[in-house]
Design a protein around this ligand. Structure first.
Ligand code: PLP
Length: 371
């Protein structure tokens, strides 16, 4: 079958049959009553529960490759079908899988648009894939320069909303990038922060663009970073190819249970409320930063953090260090292309952000009172 996945994947994967784990051969299904009617002697598991005081009735069993309860819950949330979804250990695993599936080590390249999320480059370096950098211009894609790379790269990583910049890429530019690269590259739209502007998701474009892959996570708006659960959304041929590369049991049973509970209707409402609260705090912090003498620029944010530029390196270090002394940790982004003197603050709780502001005010006040 001629599909974009077959065209672009590492050749050895095309005919490769993935490891036929016990649960890939016979899934237990989310209906535990049918699982309980079977006698499971095919995976060298213990037949009874250990005495761990854990709230799970099947922890002695390997989980299904892609647990039904989780995939069905994400289908309902995303409006896609199970064949469009691969659950992974965070979006980070999705990034790694895409590179491992589509890039031949020491031959193929990925394209990134810095300043951007660091793991695209790290995963590429780990795998031996080359990195082509086409920097953003005014935090948007430089489509003219990207055009010169058509045919030269296997995977293009777009991040919208961007980390660490915070803003959305325009719909028009994502569309143009998809059309530019056509069937020559997988175009990834990393939507780790999309819950902060859900109307801008490109997940529904998957049916129109066979080369599109959308990355999602429960680590941000869902408040489940410790769970390590993300989703790769794409056409079935891409999902099938990625499924050959991923580990046989990527999602542990407790993760599937917690994640599917987090995707239930009532929990989605709570997530949306959390997003609204975050946006209010973000707007307040944005206004405050904008009024500070030491702040040269505040970046517009569609995510749960704010990037800002201080007037100079000394000031950047001063702010970072005085916060650190009070055990308030923010992220120095100044090593990134175009982000000299820039710091990034995650939108924490109201109390955490008040402490942050007060600490900065206190740090500057002796200097202010002298002048
Ligand atoms: C843009 C972006 N993509 C992906 C990730 C990774 O998310 P996860 O925790 O799901 O691995 C992050 C985490 O900070 C991110 O900022």
């Amino acid at each position: 079958m001629s599909t974009i996945a077959n065209k672009l994947a590492r050749e050895e994967l095309i005919d490769m049959v993935p490891y036929q784990s016990a649960r890939r051969l016979y899934a237990s299904g989310s209906d535990s009553s049918s699982a309980q009617n079977k006698i499971w002697l095919n995976a060298n598991e213990a037949s009874g529960l250990g005495n761990y005081n854990i709230n799970s009735n099947s922890i002695n069993r390997y989980p299904d490759f892609q647990p039904d309860n989780l995939i069905n819950a994400y289908c309902a949330y995303s409006g896609l079908t199970p064949t469009n979804i691969l659950a992974t250990r965070g979006a980070d695993e999705g990034i790694e899988l895409i590179i491992r599936t589509f890039c031949k080590a020491y031959q193929d390249s990925i394209l990134i648009c810095p300043p951007t999320y660091g793991m695209y480059a790290i995963s590429a370096e780990n795998h031996g894939a080359e990195i082509v950098r086409v920097p953003l211009i005014d935090n948007q894609l430089d489509l003219d320069s990207m055009k010169t790379q058509v045919g030269q790269v296997k995977v293009v990583f777009l991040c919208s909303p961007g980390n660490p910049t915070g803003n959305l890429l325009t719909t028009e530019s994502i569309k143009t990038a998809l059309e530019l690269f056509g069937d020559t590259a997988i175009v990834v739209v990393d939507e780790a922060y999309i819950e902060f502007s859900p109307e801008n998701t490109k997940a529904s474009w998957i049916k129109d663009y066979p080369q599109l892959v959308v990355l999602r996570t429960l680590s941000k708006a869902f408040a489940l970073a410790g769970l390590r659960c993300g989703f790769t959304l794409a056409n079935p041929d891409i999902i099938t190819m990625l499924s050959k590369v991923i580990a046989p049991y990527p999602i542990s049973a407790p993760v599937a249970d917690i994640a599917s509970a987090a995707l239930a209707k009532a929990e989605l409402e709570k997530m949306r409320t959390r997003v609204q609260e975050t946006v209010i705090l973000r707007t307040q912090l944005f206004g405050w930063l904008n009024n500070q003498k030491w702040c040269a620029n505040v970046f517009e944010s569609d995510a749960n953090f704010i990037l800002f530029q201080t007037t100079d390196t000394h000031t950047k270090n001063f702010i970072f260090d005085c916060l650190k002394q009070q055990d308030i940790l923010i992220r120095d982004q100044s090593a990134q292309l175009q982000l000299a003197h820039c710091l990034r603050i995650s939108i924490g709780s109201e109390r955490e952000l008040s402490l942050l502001k007060q600490t900065i005010i206190n740090a500057f006040s002796p200097a202010t009172s002298e002048t």
